[in-house]
Design a protein around this ligand. Structure first.
Ligand code: BG6
Length: 488
């Protein structure tokens, strides 16, 4: 166990996020014995419910992960539910007193408290204020996990940050971005810095372009009301994909923990100028031909004239000695032809290859080497290489050196920990290296804010694309213009 007595308070416990992510992750930690014997998990939200009702709701979500009823029962015994307003200090004080009572039973002097904010950011400050006043005056640490969105542009970020930092210290604030907790994103660190073959190639001398893609094969599915206020750039690019980009591009940190990694990430962000409007295209999906996916504007809560992008592609440059001139192309979209996230590094043409391997007239030219890190699904790393085609003819043919997790780790593959589980464990360990620091967010907002304002002001018209298609065809042209070469 990482501590003797632990109280977890999930604020917004009856919401979707808590049920789908927070509780299942706590359950996964419980199953793997990472939670102490003396743990209590108090769900807090406005709706009235008994412990029994609440446990019954949770059971369905946990049963999806585990078929051992005894383990589920043992976990649910640790779960309680209390209702109250989010700024209701008296109700929170009552919960704190009850918690203290349960903590005392353990007989340990020190009890730690973890507060999980599964609530909209507009409530963060109120809740933090009420908790600070009523629930953190105990002997042990208090840590606060805060969900996105943390602001919607630079200004709103600063306002929220200022009011929240009056209540919470930076070192006790864990801003979660679940992409950092993904197995394949963590692997970026190992791939890059534990292998000697990549470092000499990992720069502008050898890399022609980097494409970071996020594709989902479903639409907003009833989340349109929420999504319409953010759009795809705020939803996944400014946070999740920027985290992938910084881990890909940063210099080697001196250590894996503490602030070492975050310091390096911030330096990358500081070297990226704001994205220019002309370097971005956006799109919005319409229904597919069969009408399986309705048009975005027909989703609940989306206004008929919404111009919110459900697809975006943009280019940014990192102005530092390692990356000067290398386009980082980002693409993200909902309701596309497949679900896949990856980082694709395209290397420069092999020098001198054009005479050695001329176009043989069958339409194929020598393809570029690519290193692809597939983040999901089916985590994999593969390298696209030219080899001789077998037989009497000697044309180079593209082949793959393939390291897929599924074949390399058949036993572990189906049971990889969820990103939230990994991150929650890090909070218990007091390791904030995988959480987003205030300056990281500030820098990321600086890069995106002018573009977001232009989109909000209707200066970029989203191109309509059919659901389940590859998205706007203009993307290919844009990627080519910025140096990405499609294989012949
Ligand atoms: C969330 C976004 O943060 O990330 C969703 O709000 C998106 O719109 C999700 O679907 C993607 O996460 P994952 O782990 O399924 O790739």
């Amino acid at each position: 166990y990482l501590c003797d007595t632990l109280s977890v308070v999930v604020i917004g416990a009856s919401g979707d996020l808590a049920k789908k992510k927070t509780y299942p992750s706590l359950f996964a930690l419980f199953r793997s014995s990472y939670l102490p014997e003396h743990v209590q998990i108090v769900g807090y939200a406005r709706s009235q419910k008994t412990d029994k009702d609440f446990r019954a709701t949770l059971r369905d979500y946990l049963a999806a992960k585990c078929d051992d009823d005894e383990v589920i029962d043992a976990f649910l015994k640790k779960c309680f539910y209390r209702s109250g307003g989010y700024d209701d200090e008296t109700a929170i004080e009552k919960v704190a007193m009850e918690m203290a009572g349960m903590e005392q039973v353990s007989g340990h002097e020190v009890a730690n408290r973890l507060f999980y904010f599964a609530i909209p950011p507009s409530l963060f400050t109120k809740v933090a204020g009420a908790l600070k006043a009523a629930a953190t005056n105990h002997n042990g640490w208090s840590r606060f996990i805060v969900e996105k969105p943390f602001g919607s542009d630079l200004e709103s970020f600063e306002t929220l940050h200022e009011s929240l930092s009056d209540m919470l210290e930076e070192k006790e604030t864990y801003r979660i971005d679940h992409y950092i907790g993904k197995e394949a994103v963590q692997n970026l660190l190992v791939m890059r810095f534990a292998n000697s073959i990549f470092e000499p190639l990992w720069n502008r001398n050898h890399i022609a372009s980097v494409v970071i893609s996020f594709k989902e094969d479903f639409g907003t599915k009833g989340r349109g009301g929420y999504f319409d206020k953010s759009g795809i750039i705020r939803d996944v690019m400014q946070n999740h994909l920027m985290q992938v980009l910084t881990m890909f591009a940063m210099e080697a940190p001196a250590r894996q923990s503490g602030d070492y990694i975050r310091n390096e990430k911030v330096k990358v962000l500081q070297a990226i100028p704001p994205i220019r409007i002309e370097d971005c295209i956006t799109g919005q999906y319409i229904s597919d031909d069969e009408g399986i996916e309705q048009a975005y504007i027909d989703d609940d809560g989306v206004p008929d004239d919404s111009k919110t992008p459900t697809f975006a592609a943009l280019v940014m440059y990192i102005n530092n000695p390692r990356w000067d001139g290398v386009p980082f192309i980002m693409r993200a979209g909902k309701a596309l032809n497949e679900r896949k996230s990856e980082v694709r590094i395209q290397f420069k043409r092999a020098p001198g290859s054009s005479l050695l391997f001329p176009d043989t007239g069958n339409g194929s030219t020598l393809s570029r080497n690519e290193l692809v890190m597939r983040l999901q699904p089916n985590e994999a790393v593969y390298m696209k290489m030219n080899i001789k085609s077998p037989g009497l003819a000697g044309d180079p043919v593209m082949s793959e050196l393939d390291l897929s997790y599924k074949t390399r780790f058949p036993d572990k593959f189906s049971d990889l920990p969820d990103a939230y589980t990994r991150l929650m464990l890090q909070v218990l360990r007091g390791d904030s290296s995988a959480f987003v620091r205030d300056d990281e967010l500030r820098e990321a907002w600086k890069i995106f804010t002018p573009l977001l304002h232009a989109i909000d002001d209707g200066k970029i018209e989203p191109i309509k694309y059919k659901a389940f298609s590859r998205g706007p065809a203009e993307f290919d042209e844009m990627a080519e213009r910025h140096g990405y070469v499609y294989s012949g």
